[in-house]
Design a protein around this ligand. Sequence first.
Ligand code: FCB
Length: 453
Amino acid sequence: MKRNAFPPNFVFGTATSSYQIEGTQLGNCGPNHWDSFAASGGTANREDGAIACAHYNLWEADLDLIAQGGFDAYRFSTAWGRVQPEGTGRIQESGLAFYDTLVDGLLEREIEPHLTLYHWDLPQALADKGGWTNQDTAKHFGDFAGIIADRLGDRLKSIATINEPWCVAWLSHFLGRHAPGLTDLPSAAKAMHNILLAHGLGMNALRDQLGSDHPCQQGIVLNMEVSVPASDDPKDIKAAAMQDGIYNRWFADAIFKGQYPQDILAYLEPHMPSGWSNDMSMISQKIDWLGLNYYTRSIIKDDGTNKFPYGEAIVPDYDPGSADRTSLNWKIYPAGLSYFLHRIHEEYEADVPIVVSENGMASFDVVDDDQVADKQRVGFFEDHLNEVAKAAANGVPVQGYFAWSLLDNFEWAFGYDQRFGIVHVDFETQQRTPKASWYWWKSFLGGPKTSAL
Ligand code: FCB
C-alpha cells in the first residue's frame, strides 16, 4: 500500500472527539449528559470523561504526535459546554480561547483543522429539558454553530454539524445504549427528526456566518453499517431492510432527497413533531461535503416479536476460529467501505465530495518494552485503505481518510477498556506510547512535513 495509490490531493488525517479525550474536569466545562449517564451506571464501571486523556492540558504534545506522524489533517470536536455551559445564552470566553489556540497550534504544525460541532456531549441543562426530543435543542444548536463559525471559521478547513445522527437518535433513545439511555419509540422518533433539524439549522447558521463559497467546507458526518439478512427467509430479509432503513437510508434520504424512506416513516411518523415535513427543505439544503464513518457490518435476523423494527443483530458476527474481528467483536469487513462509497455516489449525489471521517478498530493493546505491537490494526488500515483507493480509481469523489483514533480514549458505554488509538495512553500516568500502527502511518505518509519537528 503506497500513498501514490490515491489521488494527488487526497488528505490523510486522524480523529478524536472532545468528550473522549479532553477531560471535563479540566478548564471550565459545564456538565453534560454523558456525565450523568455514567453516574447512573450507563457505562462500564461507571467510567466517564472527567479526566479522559487530559488532552485539555496535554494538547500540544498530542498535536506534535499528529505532526510527527506526517498527517495532513486532524478532525476534532468542540465541547458545547465549554463554550456555552448552559447550552444557551452566556458564552464562556475560556472555552472559545481553548479551541482558538488549538486551531492555531494545528496551523503552526501545518495540519489542516477539521471541526465537528457536536460529537455527543450535550449540555446537561438542555438534557434536563428533554434533550434531542425537544425541538428547542435544535434551535440552540444553530446558535452554537454560529458562535463557533464566527470565532474559528476563518481558519478551518471543514466543519461538520453533527457526528453520527443514528447514534444520537436511535442508539441513545431506542436502544438505550448511549446517553440519555432511553428505550422508547416516541422519544426515538422525535430525536430522529430533531437531530436532522439541528443539522439544517446549523447549516443555516454556518452559511449566514461564512457564506456558501467560503473555503471552509460545510457538511455532516453519517455512520453507515452494512446490514446482511441472516438467511433467505423473507422475515430476515425484511428485518435487514428495516435495519438498513433506520441506520443508513433515513439520514441520507433526508439530506440528499429531502424525504424520509416510506418503510420507516410509516412507523415513526405518529410520534414525530407536528409540522415535521416543513423542515425537510432546510434539512436537505446543499452540503459541501459528506463525512462517512465506517466500522463494520451486522447480520440481522427476525426477532420473532412481529413488532417494528422486526430485527436484531446476531452478535458476535464471525466464523468460529476466524481472526477477522476486533476486541469489541465487531466483524472486520473492508468491502463494506467501498460498498458505501459507491452507494452514496451512485444512489444519492454523484458530485458530493466524500471523506472517510472515521475508520479504525479496537484491540487489547499492551505496552511491552516501550512498544505496542498492534499488527492487526496495521492490517485493518491497509485493507480498508485499499478499498478506498479502489473506489477513488473507479470514479467515486472520495477525498480524504481519517484514522480513528489518535489516542486510546473514553469509548462511551465501554469505558476505557476498548482501545482504538494509534497511540497508547496509560490512563494512570497519561503516558503516550505510539503503537506500531502509528509508525506504519508515519512511514506510509513519508514522515513529518515541517523541519521544525
Ligand atoms: C464512532 C464514534 C466515535 C468512536 C468510534 C469507535 O461511532 O463516532 O466517537 O466511539 O465509533
